[in-house]
Design a protein around this ligand. Structure first.
Ligand code: C2O
Ligand code: CU
Length: 522
């Protein structure tokens, strides 16, 4: 602890604001390298990256350095995304964030079950030149998690400019299945971006909550356009995969695990194979399902993940299967901007190379042990806590109130060691001109189960075009709540007391108020 503090002082220099003192979260302390299995340094800094042909793009990105253990290569990726961090369940990890940006930032480990001061709540944001030391034990199941910036009012801006990366956890249960590994295990981060004529990102939202100086200094445009972008969300007009504009990916005729992350700020995708082949889903946000599930198309809201098992032997050499995003029908409002919701567009094209004989790949029909979903364990099973997703006076909110960073009165209080049923209602209460958009609701610090959905009559017709593509199975940390819908989830508060967040993961909605604290009381 002492040592940490001295290091903070030394690195911070004289121009520092408040010191961030970090309580080690690993039993027995994590002050020394001998106490941890993996030690990583992540610097958040400006950089230039060739995202697409032509001039390099100015980005903000995480640069990693491995100081101890193994955690994947941590090589600077050839895109703006942060390094892929590979961890094993049970490992003790120490990660140091160094802020070399011109404004405050903090990292949230999306999906990880960690103590509250390790979770990247915006109240822990650090100023330029400061360092935040994370130390925690990996308690999560094997799965596709991720990390990204989370300063209040600037999350959309920072993530759009590149501050995000994947964090993959493995465990023994997963290893025993012998799923496709090595280069057959392909993480695919799907994002949309708009570029100007000079190849630079265009991010139109103004951002909220950081004060006028911040807004005029840098990121956002102003005026009506940026107001609308802040309200509706930002949609780009180009699709990037793993931080690059990809033409086609060459694959041979073997089975692959495609780990899809929707890392877009606001865009929801309705993914399908162009030839109508079903998608085989083996995992969701919190890891593997009990058994593979099949979908004609898959609706993936911002921050949701889907692990897709695909046997490319189903296609012949020279064929080009592609993942498309299908249009949203029935006038559903999913965002605005170019590449409108009404269009169908390619997300990623593959090209089958090599004709050699391929052994038929087999996917086990039992994948993982999942506890049954029993709403009766909740202390409020009959009377769920209701969260109305609201909009008033050009700010989003929950139950009519926009985000309050520390306000004790705005917090939801729950008891450590209990389960509750929470219900998100997206019925356009207080909304401007009756506008209702989908919201991608994320709860920090835990994984939950979806226990039910209910749609209001007037939205039912449009909903039927989406409903077959929703994946509610397995552990989730983010759930899409469609216009007119009520979604119930079963949430358990285990191990860690403290202050956590839940919010819409459409980052412009989050930045403009659709976020709230919950307090877990010991
Ligand atoms: Cu991935 Cu609070 O967010
Ligand atoms: Cu939202």
């Amino acid at each position: 602890m002492r040592k940490d503090r001295r290091r903070v002082l030394r690195q911070a220099g004289s121009a520092m604001v408040a010191l961030t003192l970090v309580r080690p979260a690993v039993a027995g302390g994590a002050d020394r390298d001998s106490d941890v299995d993996v030690h990583i340094e992540l610097r958040a800094a400006r950089d230039q990256v060739a995202v697409r042909p032509g001039r390099p793009t100015e980005v903000w990105r995480y640069k990693g350095k491995l100081l101890k253990g193994e955690a994947g290569s941590l090589q600077p990726s050839d895109s703006y995304l942060g390094p892929v961090i590979r961890l094993r369940r049970g490992q003790r990890v120490r990660i140091e964030l160094i802020n070399e940006l011109p404004e405050p930032t903090i990292i949230h480990w999306h999906g990880l079950h960690v103590p509250d001061d390790m979770d990247g709540h915006p109240r822990h944001a650090i100023g330029p030149g400061q360092r935040y030391v994370y130390a925690f034990r990996v308690l999560n199941r094997a799965g596709t998690y991720w990390y990204h910036a989370h300063p209040h009012g600037r999350t959309g801006h920072q993530v759009y400019h590149g501050l995000a990366g994947l964090l993959l956890v493995s465990d023994e249960e997963e290893a025993a299945l012998r799923l496709p590994g090595g280069d057959q295990d392909m993480p695919l981060v799907i994002q949309d971006r708009t570029f100007d004529d000079d190849n630079q990102f265009v991010y139109p939202a103004a951002g909220h909550g950081m004060g006028a100086s911040m807004m005029s200094r840098g990121g956002g445009g102003r005026g009506m356009g940026s107001m609308m972008a802040s309200m509706m969300g930002v949609l780009g007009d180009r699709i990037l995969v793993n931080g690059r504009q990809v033409q086609a990916l060459d694959v041979d005729r073997r089975a692959r695990r495609l780990r899809l992350l929707n890392g877009s700020n606001t865009r929801t995708y309705k993914l399908a194979w162009n030839d109508g082949s079903p998608l085989t889903v083996i995992g969701t946000d919190g890891g593997l399902l009990a058994a593979p599930a099949h979908r004609k198309f898959l609706v993936l809201g911002p921050a949701e993940r889907a692990d897709i098992w695909t046997d490319f032997a189903n296609w012949k050499e020279g064929e080009s299967p592609s993942l498309q995003s299908l249009p949203f029908e029935g006038g559903m409002t999913m965002g605005s901007g170019p590449l409108p919701d009404g269009s169908q567009f390619p997300v990623l094209q593959f090209r089958i190379v090599g004709s050699g004989p391929v052994e038929p790949a087999r996917l086990p029909d039992r994948l993982a042990q999942l506890p049954p979903v029993q709403a009766s364990v909740a202390i409020n099973a009959e009377h769920p806590k209701v969260f109305d997703l609201t909009m008033g006076m050009m700010v989003w909110g929950i139950n009519g109130r926009p985000f309050e960073m520390l306000q004790a009165t705005a917090q939801e209080t729950v008891k450590l060691g209990t389960h509750e049923v929470w219900e998100f209602r997206n019925e356009g209460r207080n909304s401007m001109m009756g506008m209702v958009m989908a919201h991608s609701m994320h709860i920090h610090g835990l994984q939950f189960r979806v226990i039910g959905r209910e749609i209001a009559d007037r939205f039912a017709a449009a909903y039927r075009t989406v409903q077959p593509g929703l994946m509610d199975e397995g552990w989730k940390d983010t759930v899409l709540v469609m216009p007119g819908e009520r979604v119930r989830v079963l949430v358990g508060f285990e191990d860690y007391p403290g202050l956590f967040l839940y919010h819409c993961h459409m980052l412009e909605h989050e930045d403009s108020g659709l976020m709230r604290n919950y307090l877990v009381k010991a």
